[in-house]
Design a protein around this ligand. Structure first.
Ligand code: PAF
Length: 280
């Protein structure tokens, strides 16, 4: 059975009160819809951890620095509800825009440090938009735990920092990236690729994996980076925005994978911007 879709905060709060009175634990899986197996893995993790699961669907205009990207973002609410049906979630919260950004909305949540590089540098304002909407979703759902994919690893760290700094009593749980057989990280943006583009994009993960192996063997990032960049472009990507090796803890740039580190990439193919990252 499809879960009830709630569009008004007051209705969500009424349900939440019943659950809390019954001593139940609540999970939230924030999404922008266009659900795929990656989102469904977050729902499965949320179901396993909590008594009640809220999936939120809100295409958040504040986190798009490019109006064309916002206009092209897939909106598939009906299909999303059908995909969620077998997962037995309790509520799909699809807030009316005024429930998130009421008239006169004037507050901005801005995280420094982990939000400054990579996505933060390439998409000005993006993480302010993410932190602001996620803070609202945390407060509106009153969830005990929130589930995010490691595919957006920088986002995961930004959201975790924001919740800690604002004393929002929620545990932010990171879940592994779900990949296609080729290694391509599942993303709502993959829908916009042709079959040919999807095939070419599948080259990204093996290139990252090979680079990670060289780094694990003691390689210096500056010595290896150029070759991997050339491989990404040769695979059919039109543009590479960044290929970075960073500390997995604070995202500072590193040259050697001595402590926990991750490789991060953002690249364009067929006019679609894809991001990925892996542990080294
Ligand atoms: O990862 C996403 O889909 C979005 O950035 C999020 C966390 C739902 C906030 O709009």
């Amino acid at each position: 059975m499809t879960a009830p879709i709630i569009r008004q905060l007051a209705e969500l709060r009424a349900k939440h009160s019943d659950w809390i009175r019954a001593g139940e634990r609540v999970a939230v899986v924030p999404t922008m819809g266009a659900l795929h197996a990656g989102h469904l893995s977050l729902v499965a993790a949320a179901k396993a951890a909590c008594d009640r699961v809220i999936v939120t669907i809100f295409v958040n205009p504040k986190q798009f620095n490019n109006p064309e990207d916002l206009a092209n973002y897939p909106r598939t609410e009906h299909d999303d509800a059908i995909k969620l049906a077998p997962h037995d979630v309790d509520v799909i919260y699809v807030p009316d825009p005024g429930q998130i950004y009421p008239g006169g909305f004037a507050t901005n949540v801005s995280v420094a440090g982990v939000a400054d590089q990579m996505e933060g540098a390439c998409r000005p304002g993006h993480f302010d938009g993410v932190a602001t909407v996620v803070a609202k979703l945390f407060l509106q759902t009153g969830a005990h735990q929130a589930f995010f994919g490691e595919k957006d690893y920088q986002q995961l760290l930004v959201v975790r920092r924001m919740a800690r700094d604002l004393d929002i009593p929620i545990e932010v749980v990171g879940c592994p990236t779900v990949r296609e057989a080729s290694g391509l990280a599942m993303s709502s943006r993959n829908m916009r690729l042709s079959d040919e583009g999807t095939k070419k994009a599948g080259a990204l993960h093996p290139i990252l994996t090979a680079l990670a192996a060289r780094l694990s063997a003691g390689g210096v990032f500056a010595d290896l980076k150029k070759q991997s960049e050339a491989e990404i472009l040769a695979a059919g990507f039109e543009e590479l925005e960044y290929l970075s090796l960073c500390s997995a803890e604070d995202l500072s740039a590193v040259e050697l994978a001595q402590g926990p580190a991750r490789l991060f990439v953002a690249a364009w193919i067929e006019g679609v911007r894809l991001i990925d990252n892996i542990a080294v």
